[in-house]
Design a protein around this ligand. Structure first.
Ligand code: BGC
Length: 740
């Protein structure tokens, strides 16, 4: 714990006690006074009971302020894709408001697929405005856990498999949210990479892996994004629950990184009385009213950081200094948000819908195309759309990111709109997947009932395909249990509901076959050679359908890039044993144990280093135009910096954007390093024929690995290679250089 900081707090508390400004306003109420002075002044006026009240929930989604002093409470909200509908004070049930239907923004994996820092800022700003309008102070997001296994049910809520990509994208998101006086609560800290037994598994990870793969995005969110809040995760790390994990919260987050905001428990994630006090947790929030198991009526007083905390303070087991530190952090958050400068926000504005549509479209990834896309249906022709995901609304469901959207445009309705008057757009369902239309009492209003059996559905689709100019299959996953859903993981990456054979059957009769996979995580595509084009789309929020239609019709030239690898099969991946995933039970251990034996080799770091072919590599994504990279060169800059330049040219017929990617390969490392690691990317928009010079600065940090023995980053002198390309596999130039 930060002993030095605590001492300063207590001394200044004594001297500043109850200061007033000349105008008679107490310092803590004076918005123009320095933040720390306000915090100390407020602390000096508070009783122990008032301080303890700050450190735990008072309702499902709020924690107390100090009513006697006019210090407002904090309202928390999910996150991370829109502002959650209101629930009752003490229950998960909907409050039944009629004015809480938000703009649903695309899932974070969709944002990650844009590889666009500016769009991340736009996302953060827009959702921050919605949060402010709804008088929320803490947005429970973004989620930035790394894609260790494609099976993780929450992959759709995260930003992919690469720490550099997630770091660069989380920073603008956090800044954008916080510009509105709303704290971004970055989650779930840390090594929370699966949903299976998420509250009962210890992720056992070595330091090098922790620092190189699982921490960088959190560090960037804190140090560069200036995040005001962090959420501890449900799992244990190296044997201690993360909502009060000393190493993660006290040693790394607060001491090493200097985080001055609040640590909030995941809902019900606090599990131990003494550790909750001592190990860096600042606000305990609960799934049920008693924190974990459930209670019929208000029992917030029983939270670990409520009455039990007061008892510990009274009998000397807990210290005032630690309490002051927690209270100071909560007050700082209140002064930054609910009692900060006035902000008003805005709610489902045209700008927000435009932002949602743009982000959704720019994240859509064109995986394969023989020229069939953009879709040109002859005048009066027929486009047959097959698949449940063309019709099913997807904003509802998935766990805590479930939203009540003001509206949601489905792909089918957007395509009908796009081809209105030009071509016939016909829909066949093809298969029955998930017929639920209600989640946590939020209803979509759709009827997904189906009277036809499997055989009839297939036959109907095949008959309709025969005279169609193109069959557009829109399927994939959804947000039901065992798919892209909080609380469960998938069992495999194979498409559910027999979709593989349906796609094969359609491809055999279709004139042209385009497949759109809507999912939040990787799926196997064994039918890929039979498809003329394949598009990876995501849960795109309110404007999902428009965004997809924009890309399919060519209104928007696709520029999304995969934020994770699409392997051929699960078996190709790095997690080979139950010890690695989903964890094992060991003699004498209360909790499940999981070992990150694969070390830093996850995602493309694994496939590329082991030379395992993949279906579509990390960073892959095509365009309706073509780009070339030329004149790549590297120069030494300063003692141990380098500058790489390359020229990107749009050599095709239409305007479009390409993401130039820089990977570094350490050729003479004393430790086993991945053959390449992403260290730079730039998204560049070019008119046909236009060229632009792209520059990357390579610093020692980009060349380093984490040396656990020295507890520091090490860049070893020797040979390196800089790889510049348009995906982790499509490398246009390899440049050798040496670090002296
Ligand atoms: C989830 C969090 C979420 C919280 C509040 C938890 O179950 O893990 O991501 O923010 O609930 O809804």
């Amino acid at each position: 714990m930060k002993i030095k900081y605590l001492l300063i707090v207590t001394t200044i508390v004594a001297t500043l006690a109850c200061t007033q400004k000349n105008n008679g306003i107490p310092v803590y109420k004076d918005l123009s006074a320095p933040l720390e002075e306000r915090v100390l002044d407020a602390l000096s006026r508070m009783t122990t009971e008032e301080k303890v009240a700050l450190t735990h929930a008072q309702s499902k989604f709020s924690s107390a302020g100090v009513p006697r002093l006019g210090i407002p409470e904090l309202w928390h909200t999910d996150g991370p894709h829109g502002i959650r509908p209101e629930v009752l004070w003490d229950e998960w049930d909907q409050a039944g408001w009629t004015n809480d239907s938000c703009t649903a923004f695309p899932a974070l994996v969709n944002l990650a697929a844009t590889w666009d820092r500016e769009l991340s800022l736009l996302y953060g700003r827009s959702i921050g405005e919605e949060a402010r309008y709804r008088e929320k102070d803490i947005l429970l997001g973004p989620g930035i856990n790394m894609g260790r296994t494609p099976l993780n049910g929450r992959t759709f809520e995260y930003m992919g498999e690469d720490p550099f990509l997630a770091s660069r994208l989380v920073v603008p998101y956090v800044k954008g949210v916080q510009e509105n006086g709303v704290a971004a609560c970055v989650k779930h800290f840390a090594v929370n990479n699966q949903e299976v037994r998420r509250t009962a598994t210890s992720s056992n990870v070595d330091d090098r892996t922790l620092y190189e793969i699982y921490l960088p995005a959190f560090k960037a969110a804190v140090q560069e994004g200036g995040a005001w809040a962090i959420m501890g995760s449900y799992n244990l790390y190296n044997g201690q629950f993360n909502c009060h994990n000393k190493k993660l919260l006290c040693d790394i987050l607060k001491d090493e990184w200097g985080f001055d905001g609040v640590v909030i428990s995941d809902w019900g994630g606090c599990r131990d009385y003494d550790e909750a006090v001592e190990n860096g947790l600042d606000i305990e929030m609960g799934t049920w009213t008693n924190g974990l198991s459930g209670a019929a009526s208000d029992s917030y007083a029983n939270y670990h950081l409520a009455q039990p905390y007061l008892e510990r303070l009274r009998d000397g087991r807990a210290t005032r200094e630690v309490l002051d530190d927690k209270a100071a952090r909560v007050l700082r958050t209140i002064f930054r948000t609910s009692m900060g400068k006035p902000h008003f926000g805005s709610f489902h504005s045209p700008e927000h819908y435009a932002a949602a549509r743009r982000i959704a479209a720019e994240g859509i990834v064109l995986l394969q195309n023989d020229g069939t896309l953009p879709l040109r249906i002859p005048e009066g022709g027929k486009l047959l759309v097959v698949g449940e995901n063309a019709y099913k609304m997807m904003v509802v469901g998935g766990g805590s990111s479930n939203l009540k959207a003001q509206y949601e445009i489905t792909p089918l309705s957007a395509l009908q709109e796009a081809y209105d008057g030009q071509a016939q757009v016909v829909w066949e369902r093809g298969y029955v997947g998930d017929t639920t239309t209600v989640y946590n009492k939020v209803v979509t209003g759709q009827d997904l009932g189906e009277s036809r059996d499997e055989g009839t559905l297939l036959r109907d689709a095949l008959v309709a395909a025969k005279d169609a100019d193109c069959v557009l299959y829109i399927g994939g996953l959804n947000k039901s249990d065992g798919q892209d859903n909080e609380g469960t993981d998938r069992e495999d990456i194979v498409l559910p509901y027999g979709q593989d054979s349906l796609i094969e059957a359609l491809a055999a009769v279709a004139k042209k076959m385009v497949v759109v996979n809507i999912s939040g995580s990787p799926v196997a595509m064994p039918w890929a050679p039979r498809a003329n084009a394949i598009v990876q789309s995501w849960y795109g929020g309110s404007e999902s359908g428009h965004a997809l239609a924009d890309v399919l019709t060519g209104e928007v030239n696709p520029s999304g890039k995969l934020p994770f690898t699409m392997p051929f099969s699960l078996a190709d991946g790095p997690l080979k044993t139950p010890r690695q995933y989903p964890g094992i039970q060991e003699e004498g251990q209360e909790w499940w144990q999981e070992y990150y034996d694969e070390g830093v080799f996850i995602g493309y770091r694994w496939y590329a280093s082991k030379d395992i072919p993949v279906q579509f590599p990390f960073g892959h994504g095509l365009s309706y135009t073509n780009f070339s990279i030329s004149n790549a060169s590297i120069k030494q800059r300063g003692k141990d910096g380098f500058q790489l330049t390359a020229t990107l040219t749009n050599i095709g017929e239409v305007a479009g954007a390409e993401v130039v990617q820089l990977y570094i390969s350490d050729r003479e490392a004393s430790v086993d390093r991945p053959v390449k690691e992403l260290k730079g990317f730039e998204k560049v928009f070019l008119q046909p024929g236009e060229s632009r010079k792209v520059r990357f600065t390579i610093t020692r940090d980009d060349l380093s690995f984490f040396d656990a023995d020295r507890h520091g980053w090490v860049a070893e002198p020797g040979a390196f290679q800089a790889l510049v390309g348009t995906s982790s596999e499509d490398i246009a130039a390899c440049l050798d250089f040496r670090l002296k």
